[in-house]
Design a binder for this molecule. Structure first.
Ligand code: GCO
Ligand code: MN
Ligand code: MN
Length: 394
């Protein structure tokens, strides 16, 4: 068995938090659109060993991360048995699986939303087979990232048809899930662009709006990714908040990203300290119980030893931010300020539920806007205290 992380370290990864990585994340060989790989791609066994050593809980995969698209049945069986052994030896589980519907040329214009009906059928068939594969390894969450579901020009595809085609595919696959008794929960992952010029379902909210229109809304939720809303200059924490409040946060992709740049997929917490802090605080405050998946990769300059540091660092940063969040919640000065800014008034009971009596009382209430505007909002003080906790001086 691989050497495990130091258990006396208070920032050692906590298995209860279900930290996971994808085969494609730790296995990323450092290729980018402008350059060839900078490190040798590790095999599944090596990936399991790296993650076991770092103290991860699990590992996820796309069908073709595990089994190359053109593998023979014998090769597939061989890889599966190596992977199974790697998982066992490192105490790793597979909580999530997904389909690669973006790498092969057949998907150059999309999968479920392709204009070509045979390609749409192939995409659904490929997903069914990938669901079988995920189930073989015990996955209970199935992610749908619409990698090529989009367009460069709206002359090429009808965006209303795209929504209808996507829904048809998901409704079909939900029935397959039920019939096969896989027990998957489906988690949709939004992204505004890359690799397409414009991607359908650009933000998490797009999927939250689609879900109630599906045949099995209870089976479907979201998998928001830190980098994706951030790329578009949006506040990721707010998107996660809405999913969480709706009971639809089934999975989360943690990484980092600077606004307005290419799809960086940086190590979690490597650049946006404050957003990462508020994200961790929210996940912990609201007792998010799903996997915390790091969908990121090491810098292109890293060697395999540094990839190990990347994996360990991702989890360690989460543990540190979790501790900072607890410190924030326990800070008497911060708590005092929170009381001041969240002014309470018994009159707010009136708007909890509508009745004509309450409406009458509210209309007659003596609410003086000039007086109300005088209430203190010491937000500078509160934000500075937050910064000091993050800077490690409080
Ligand atoms: C991206 C995406 C992908 C998906 C993954 C799961 O990097 O743009 O986030 O990494 O999460 O393909 O389907
Ligand atoms: Mn991404
Ligand atoms: Mn992702």
């Amino acid at each position: 068995m691989a050497k495990s992380a130091n258990p006396t370290d208070k920032y050692a990864p906590d298995k209860k938090l279900k930290f996971t990585f994808g085969l494609w994340t730790v296995g990323n060989p450092g290729r980018d659109p402008f350059g060839e790989p900078t490190r040798q791609k590790p095999d599944v066994r090596q990936i399991c060993d790296i993650l076991g050593t770092a103290g991860a809980y699990g590992v996820n995969f796309h069908d073709n991360d595990l089994i190359p698209i053109d593998a023979t049945p014998e090769q597939a069986a061989q890889i599966k048995s190596e992977f199974r052994k790697g998982l066992k030896d490192n105490g790793l589980v597979v909580p999530m699986a997904t389909t690669n519907l973006f790498s092969d040329p057949v998907f150059k214009d999309g999968a479920f939303t392709s204009n070509n009906a045979s390609i749409r059928a192939y995409a659904i068939q490929k997903t069914m087979r990938a669901m079988d594969l995920g189930a073989e390894f015990g996955a209970k969450i199935y992610v749908f990232w619409g990698g090529r579901e989009g367009a460069e020009s709206d002359a090429t595809k009808n965006p209303v048809d795209a929504v209808k085609r996507f829904r048809e595919a998901i409704d079909f696959l939900c029935e397959y899930n039920i019939e096969q008794k896989f027990g998957y929960k489906f988690a949709f992952e939004a992204k505004p662009n890359e690799p397409r010029g414009h991607m359908y379902f650009a933000v998490t909210g797009s999927y939250l709006a689609l879900i109630p229109t599906l045949a099995h809304p209870e089976m479907c939720g979201v998998n928001p990714e830190f980098a994706h809303e951030t790329m578009a200059g949006l506040n990721f924490v707010h998107h996660v908040a809405q999913a969480l409040e709706m009971g639809k946060l089934f999975h989360i992709d943690l990484n980092d990203q600077e606004m307005g740049r290419f799809d960086e997929d940086f190590r979690f917490g490597s650049t946006s300290y404050k957003s990462a802090f508020f994200l961790v605080k929210m996940l912990e405050d609201y007792k998010y119980n799903g996997p915390r998946h790091f969908d990121s990769h090491a810098y292109r300059q890293s060697d395999m030893q540094d990839v190990g540091a990347f994996a360990a660092g991702s989890m360690r940063t989460y543990m540190i931010l979790k501790e900072k969040a607890a410190r924030w919640n326990a800070d008497p000065e911060i708590q005092g300020l929170l009381k001041v800014i969240n002014a309470q008034d018994p009159i707010s009971k009136l708007t909890k539920n509508y009745s004509s009596g309450n409406a009458k009382k509210l209309l007659a209430a003596p609410l003086d806007r000039v007086e109300l505007a005088k209430a203190r909002l010491p937000y500078e003080q509160l934000d500075q205290l937050t910064a000091e906790i993050l800077f490690g001086v409080r």
